[in-house]
Design a protein around this ligand. Structure first.
Ligand code: COA
Length: 312
């Protein structure tokens, strides 16, 4: 922090998170995030570490800046085996408008990176913090943030990530409960373990972890398909990260191409509609899967996100 300022630092906590959220709502621009989702992405994140969260108050007691980093330790599924995966992220940062371009953001970032380095973190990326995340990278429409990161030695790397949007129509028919031998339902408590096992055996990466967040929602926000013998053969989750998000979803390879994924997707759209949500954001869509959403829902590319990284 530049020495001419007399600011006081405190970590993010249950006591100040509302004020921090208000600063983001007022001054970060572009997105409005409900308080609960903001808490889930910050103080309620499983890897939240107060040392990597920094909020500053000015002489009048108002929060003027807030930065947060995460050292993520999670499990990913590779070839049906769970392995530990570690990476670090700068996931939230804002400086109040009237305090910008005075070097304050750079000073806070430098201190945060210093703390991370002391904890043996060597690489950081920006925003994309699966399995619990708000954005899959930096939305370049945060143009000041892009130049700020660039000035602070972050580089754009790899492919961009894409979110699609589906405007949910006013009139919707309830999706099918059955398709041949396959049945479609919202998951209930007795299905949780078999669904987790299904995801671990059939899908890679962090999906088993992401799925678990849908079980924190009331009612649960995962729909499943079962075959005639009652075995789970597909799933789709929504409202992980924030209300209205869609994903992850997957159908067992041997039964793809029968319309099961489309019905699971439509159950999620239906469920959002019942909650009064008018837009579905399909998150972090990769490659040709975009076509599936475009074809089955008329979804369109909405936002692109850049991968920003640096060594420390
Ligand atoms: C990004 C942000 C934190 C920078 O804070 P800051 O205190 O202004 O940062 P600094 O003064 O240390 O650095 C300023 C640098 O940022 C970049 N920058 C800031 N405002 C800019 C603008 N309007 N246009 C282009 N670049 C800009 C420049 O590189 C600038 O360096 P320069 O002054 O030498 O040209 C602040 O602009 C902000 O809060 N933006 C909105 C929040 C946001 O986008 N957060 C990301 C999503 S959570």
């Amino acid at each position: 922090m530049p020495s001419q300022h007399n600011f006081t630092e405190e970590p993010f906590s249950g006591d100040n998170i509302k004020e921090i959220h208000q600063l983001f709502e007022k001054d970060a621009g572009l997105y409005s995030i409900p308080l609960e989702s903001f808490k889930n992405a910050s103080i309620n994140d499983p890897d939240f570490d107060p040392e990597f969260s920094m909020a500053f108050r000015d002489e009048d007691g108002r929060i003027l800046a807030a930065f947060m980093g995460l050292k993520r330790t999670t499990k990913i599924t590779i070839l049906k085996r769970e392995v530990n995966y570690k990476f670090s992220i700068i996931n939230l940062f804002v400086v109040a408008r009237q305090y910008r371009r005075k070097g304050i953001g750079s000073a806070i970032l430098s201190e945060l990176l210093h703390r991370m380095k002391k904890r043996r973190i060597r690489r950081v990326r920006v925003m994309s913090s699966p399995p619990n995340y708000l954005w899959p990278g930096l939305d370049p429409r945060y143009t000041a943030a892009y130049f700020f990161l660039k000035k602070n030695k972050f580089k754009r790397k790899g492919k961009e990530h894409v979110n699609l949007v589906h405007e949910i129509p006013n009139k919707l028919q309830e999706p099918a409960k059955k398709l041949g031998e396959y049945t479609f339902t919202r998951i209930n408590s007795s299905d949780i373990e078999s669904t987790k096992d299904y995801i671990k055996s059939n899908h890679m990466g962090m999906w088993p972890k992401e799925f678990q967040f849908s079980i924190n929602n009331k009612p649960f926000t995962t729909f499943i398909a079962k075959d005639g013998s009652g075995e789970v053969i597909g799933f789709a989750s929504h409202s992980i990260g924030f209300p209205g998000s869609f994903g992850p979803t997957g159908v067992k390879k041997s039964v793809r191409g029968k319309g099961i994924g489309g019905i699971l997707l439509k159950w999620c759209v239906w469920d959002l509609k019942q909650q009064g949500i008018e837009q579905m954001i399909i998150r972090w869509v990769v490659g040709d899967t975009m076509k599936f959403y475009c074809k089955s829902l008329g979804a369109r590319i909405d936002h692109v996100y850049w991968n920003m990284k640096r060594r420390i």
